[in-house]
Design a binder for this molecule. Sequence first.
Ligand code: G4P
Length: 319
Amino acid sequence: MAIQWFPGHMHLTQKAIAERIKNIDVVIELLDARLPASSANPMLAELTQGKPTLKVLNKQDLADPECTAQWLAHYNSQGGTQAMGLDASMAAPAKALIKACFELAPNRGGMVKPMRVLICGIPNVGKSTLINTLTAKRAAKTGDEAGVTKLEQRISLADDFYLYDTPGMLWPRIIVAKSGYNLAASGAVGRNAFDEQEVALELLDYLKTHYPALLAARFKLTGVADMTDELLLETIGRQRGALQGGKKVNLQKAAEIAIYDFRSGVIGRMTLETPEEFAQWLALGNTLDAQRQVKKDAIELDRKIRFKKIPRPDLRPSR
Ligand code: G4P
């Protein structure tokens, strides 16, 4: 799927993070609990240079609780990492976040060595909602202090706890094809950057295998598991009255309905990937990416030879 989504300000965000990270003790990575690995920015690990990380699986109210438990166990087994689930209904998330950060960086605390935390996440993951909740009781201190750029916001959660906010950031190249679809389905990507029908078909393909009963109940369907993705989309459109010219289903409208219903959680609590599945998709993505690179290198070599930038290699067997 061709997605164009790396506007200029993301380069600036990247730069701001690289600069800020030098004085950061813990990174909070806000992930979408329905697609934890796909919503993790691969550039972040590079930018954050192995700092202790708190992975927060946000919107857990929309995710399959069993899958969330699997992802939390997966992340909690990694060194220097803690993971917790969260959603907007939690009344006082600050306490849990502060506790986890002090566990990750126990040498910090007090006015001399305040805890300095950077919070990152993709667009629409719920960062503003969380920050609004965190700052509801304390006035957000943002600022014109030296070193705090316009691209970030400094919030004081306690006298010795500073949270640096960064704008939502995506990354330029997606190696795992499934991640692109899952990000689009979740609402992280602007709607002009992807094809809704393509995304809806991929989404339905996963849901019909993993959550057939929820799909059947929401759209009043029978035999979901045996339907092709195309028939499923068409049937959903028909059931919901998305018709055009006579009795033909408007597939664009049907796709929008499927995606909207998934995003809002009305179909049920669902997760689009497990740690095991993602590991397989990543391995496949890396293989395809390596093959793409070999092809690209061969084309580049051929181009250089044709334009006589380098001599053609002598491939005759040596005597
Ligand atoms: P961002 O700053 O990371 O871009 O995300 P933001 O907080 O704006 O949240 C994006 C959408 O996700 C909002 O919905 C917000 O209400 C919703 N959201 C945030 N946290 C949670 C959560 O824990 N659970 C659920 N179910 N939803 C959450 P919206 O429809 O775009 O806007 P709104 O009309 O609800 O404000």
